[in-house]
Design a protein around this ligand. Structure first.
Ligand code: PLP
Length: 405
């Protein structure tokens, strides 16, 4: 054990500089409250970027983890394990899925999804039909394949050569997709039903339905990246259920583990056939501890009263942020679904979302940004209404400070 104090300065000494974390180091959490090293308390509207969907130290998740920790942790994929099978069965019962592949992160679930789409098309239609149509400003993870499918060139720069056969259309613009899709070449259309990192931008229902039709017309697979929008975030277990548009492949991570790393790719039995024995894998994918925790998350979040509660909390938080926006002229719009909300900065405050995040920390409230112009909120799905009110009071104080500078 090291003797020197664990401070923000240590980060610069020992960590690869790919992140720029704030000065505050949280050391414990309970529900939607978090405490730092100095015992200062914060209301958490960030949720670890849409991850801690049942808040911090949820007793049900703690007991699921502890119970499994005393049984068995890990078995490799040469054996299967009970928690993985139970969780896969639950996901199949609650969604369109008939087959499940487990991974450890959103990027890996997407990597599996994109590889499956390519291989399915290769098997059924031949090697020419390999193009993936994705969207500008999308985000699908940080592996070289997933950053290439994600339509943000800055994340690929300097890492080339990138995988080929990937085209980018404009989100919510069906005509731009039509120009890129063909029966001969397109193997899949990949989309986030709600763009998260790209600024909390919900897909229009007609747009998502149009993508489904285009896929059917052109024998292509529709892949929904629900890494951020899934697991109750929209008030539905998955956003596709809200839109009434069923994908062929769906990726889920972030909230799936409530803070424990786990991810899954869901698909149909027919499509799953294309990932036969030995074609793909993951050492930790389907880890017993991870699946035991995710089971408790899904069992809890899929309760109708929890999902209904998301809508009520969303209305309260959205209204509160709109009121603040109006009083100080900082937001032109509060968009998003359920407890994935984006407050869009007005013209006057363009590019300055970060200042409000920093001021929020000073006032004891954690928020996120999604790009330079959007304050993003992704709190626990069971955040108490009194914590929402307290967070709004603190955030308003933060806005007041920034505006009076
Ligand atoms: C966060 C995110 C990912 C990447 O997930 P990781 O667990 O960081 O690999 C992929 N897609 C979407 C939509 C995300 O929000």
């Amino acid at each position: 054990m090291i003797k020197q104090p664990v401070s923000r300065e240590l980060f610069d000494e020992v960590m690869v500089p790919n992140y720029a974390p704030g000065a505050v180091i949280p050391v414990r959490g309970e529900g939607s409250r978090v405490w730092d090293q100095e015992d200062r308390e914060y209301v958490d509207l960030a949720g670890g970027i849409a991850v801690t969907c049942l808040g911090h130290s949820h007793p049900g998740l703690v007991s699921a983890l502890m119970e499994q920790a005393e049984k068995i942790w890990h078995l490799s994929n040469v054996m299967t394990n009970e928690p993985a099978l139970r969780l896969a069965k639950t996901l199949c019962d609650l969604t369109f899925a008939e087959r499940v592949f487990f991974a450890n992160s959103g990027g890996e679930a997407n990597e599996a999804a994109f590889k499956l789409a390519r291989r399915y098309s290769w098997q059924h239609h031949g090697p020419e039909k390999n193009e993936i149509v994705a969207f500008k400003n999308a985000f699908h993870g940080r592996t070289l394949f997933t950053v290439s499918v994600g339509g943000q060139p800055k994340y690929v720069e300097g890492f080339e050569p990138a995988p080929g056969g990937i085209l980018h259309a404009d989100f919510n613009d069906l005509e731009s997709v039509k120009k890129l899709v063909s029966k001969e070449k397109t193997c899949a259309i990949v989309v986030e039903p709600i763009q998260g990192e790209g600024g909390v931008l919900p897909g229009d229902e007609a747009f998502l339905k149009g993508l489904r039709d285009l896929c059917d017309e052109h024998d292509a697979l529709l892949v929904f990246d629900e890494v951020q929008s899934g697991v109750g975030r929209t008030g539905h277990l998955y956003a596709y259920q809200k839109y009434g548009v069923t994908p062929d492949i769906l990726s889920t991570a972030k909230s799936l583990g409530g803070g424990f790393p786990v991810a899954a790719m869901l698909t149909t039995a027919a499509i799953a056939e294309s990932l036969g024995v030995g074609t793909h894998g993951s050492t930790y994918g389907g880890n017993a501890l991870a699946c035991a925790v995710a089971q408790r998350v899904i069992d809890t979040v899929s309760q109708p009263d929890i999902l209904k509660g998301v809508i009520a909390r969303s209305d309260r938080l959205r209204q509160g942020m709109m009121d603040i926006g109006e009083r100080y002229g900082v937001f032109s719009e509060v968009r998003g679904e359920g407890l994935l909300l984006g407050c869009v900065m007005t013209e006057k405050w363009q590019g300055r979302a970060k200042e409000f995040l920093a001021a929020g920390i000073d006032e004891g409230v954690m928020v996120l940004i999604a790009g330079p112009n959007v304050i993003r909120l992704a709190p626990s799905l069971i955040i108490p209404e009194s914590d929402i009110d307290e967070a709004l009071t603190r955030f308003e104080a933060a806005v007041k400070t920034v505006c009076s500078r």
